[in-house]
Design a protein around this ligand. Structure first.
Ligand code: PRP
Ligand code: ZN
Length: 286
């Protein structure tokens, strides 16, 4: 997985939610996981798909943007693929142009220069749209290219949009909605390591599911039960408990597999619920 950066912090956090802690310092290349026979290799994200492809590592955590770019750029088809989307490090790969530039569709980029660190992804888009444009490859700070007159547009990652805004650029087309992925070569997932990998995957799935899931508790009139059951988002059969000294009212406990929004709580209240509590769930195993 990635040595430093946004992806790296979130990845360590996810591993710790899986009950996995690293024995040595994060500044070392190799870290041993204390609880399972797993070695973590901390590298630049660009190296990760190749290491998995070549068998240097069995699994990798990398952004979809990096995997897609390298698959497109590869001379031979890569066997490495997603085994589990991890849901964090969400960002978009977009085309952006200066705010004052009129952009109607991709054809407007014909004959233009576009700066990017994602030449293969951009090349594929342009080819599919049958637009001929010049790709200017940059390894970083792509957002300054229009101001320096190196390019008319850029193709870069956007997370909050702050970088685009600070550089007077506007996003006009999305190439990819990216997130962190667990990647592997399916053809190498069997054998002696399979049991460890399966244990890791089960914990990862459990941690991810628990992250979104909520435990909901509320009070409601018995008559409102069907209406409330319909509103509870992605809930399994709720538990209905009697309330001492109040035969017309019940307590309802339910696990919701989705996020619970304020709108949902307002709907529950409108349906007759009171004392609504939404609690985070730490761990889950089916
Ligand atoms: C990415 C991207 C933008 C910025 C977008 O760069 O290239 O510059 O993040 O984030 P924002 O929408 O939240 O402003 P990164 O920090 O990964 O560094 P790099 O371009 O130097 O690789
Ligand atoms: Zn950048």
């Amino acid at each position: 997985m990635q040595r430093s950066g946004r992806l790296s912090d979130a990845s360590f956090e996810l591993l710790s939610k899986c009950g996995l802690h690293i024995a040595r310092s994060r500044t070392e290349l190799f870290c041993r996981v204390q609880e399972l026979p797993i070695d973590l290799l901390l590298v630049r994200d660009d190296d990760i798909p190749g290491f998995v492809e070549e068998g240097v590592c069995d699994l990798g955590i990398v952004g979809e943007n990096v995997l897609q770019e390298q698959k497109r750029a590869a001379k031979r088809p890569m066997q490495t693929d997603t085994v589990l989307p991890l849901g964090y490090a969400r960002c978009k790969l977009v085309l952006a142009v200066p705010e004052q530039t009129v952009f109607r569709d991709l054809a407007d980029l014909a004959g233009r220069k576009i700066a990017t660190s994602y030449p293969a992804s951009l090349g594929a888009l342009l080819a599919a749209a049958k637009v001929q444009a010049e790709i200017v490859v940059m390894t970083g700070s792509v957002e300054v290219a229009p101001r320096l007159h190196i390019a008319d547009a850029i193709c870069d990652l956007v997370q909050t949009g702050a970088t685009l805004e600070a550089n007077g650029l506007k996003a006009v087309h999305t190439l990819l909605e990216s997130q962190a992925l667990l990647i592997a070569r399916q053809d190498r997932l069997s054998g002696a390591k399979a049991a460890t990998i399966e244990r890791l995957m089960q914990r990862l799935r459990g941690a991810l599911k628990a992250g979104e899931s909520k435990y909901i508790m509320l009070h409601a009139p018995r008559s409102a039960l069907p209406a409330i059951a319909r509103i509870l988002p992605g809930a399994e059969t709720p538990t209905v408990l009697p309330l001492e000294g109040n035969p017309d009212k019940v307590a309802i406990h339910a696990v919701s597999r989705e996020s619970v929004f304020w709108e949902t709580m307002e709907q529950l209240k409108a349906a007759g619920a009171s004392a609504i509590l939404v609690l985070p769930i730490e761990k889950m195993m089916d």
